[in-house]
Design a binder for this molecule. Sequence first.
Ligand SMILES: NC(=O)c1ccc[n+]([C@@H]2O[C@H](COP(=O)([O-])OP(=O)(O)OC[C@H]3O[C@@H](n4cnc5c(N)ncnc54)[C@H](O)[C@@H]3O)[C@@H](O)[C@H]2O)c1
Length: 266
Amino acid sequence: MQHPGRLEGKVAIVTGGASGIGAETARLFARHGASVLVTDMNEALGSSVAAEIGKANGTAMFATQDVRDEARWAAIVALAESTYGRLDILCNIAGISGRDPKLNIQTGHTAGPRLGDQTLEQWNQVMAINATGVFLGTKAAIPAMQRAGGGSIINISSICGIIGSHANAAYHASKGAVRIFSKAAAIQYAPDRIRVNSVHPGFVDTPMTQPGHANPDIARRRIEVTPLGRFGTPYDIAAGCLYLASDEASWVTGSELVIDGGMTAN
Ligand SMILES: NC(=O)c1ccc[n+]([C@@H]2O[C@H](COP(=O)([O-])OP(=O)(O)OC[C@H]3O[C@@H](n4cnc5c(N)ncnc54)[C@H](O)[C@@H]3O)[C@@H](O)[C@H]2O)c1
């Protein structure tokens, strides 16, 4: 039996849609009936994701976007409204690890620079993309969602936004900012029926984690701390985003959805 899509008639923007979790989320949203504006800095890959969705009879288009650029955010929201008529869903997925491959040490569970090796420039770059980008996107989407009578904003944080580790403090700080920013935005815009939630993936196999997971020692340690005994897939995370985007989550706001194979339960 063919079930109706869970996002039928909805319009979504998915940032970071060229790769990994973002690409899978864009595909899944489209399979469930959403019209998807896929954005990313990577034009070649992002265009191919939108084209793939089109070939599978989904509705998608691609636009280049650097999530740090406030003026571009206004243009992206305007593009979604002018092309598809409204905006219901914003999935803020674009992000960077901020790791310098030369300093990709493994101290504990997380690879990345220790605080003493982290430069102000790296810190600012990680915060600008992972945290400020989410603020700018949320701010830009709110008036369009008010016009639509409500909406769902899904901000990708990380387990690193809940717990610390031996490395990469900038990444932890940026993801912690996303977590608490989402709760503040949820409270402020609940009267407009705009829901804002954060998603906290554990170790997921994507191009971002590929350099670390290609190292058998790092891969083994990460699997060891994951009770379900495997890395997450982009689909594992996209499925959580689908729930939060759908009307099934109409009473869910300010919450944090941890999808980590049990890692942070331990
Ligand atoms: N893979 C994991 O284990 C994991 C775990 C927790 C959280 N996350 C988060 O999930 C999100 C997606 O990560 P992924 O693993 O799919 O990585 P990925 O590298 O495959 O995808 C990230 C995408 O973001 C884009 N991007 C980077 N900077 C951008 C910018 N300034 N403007 C627009 N686009 C930009 C990249 O071009 C890329 O397509 C990130 O926010 C990441 O921090 C990933």
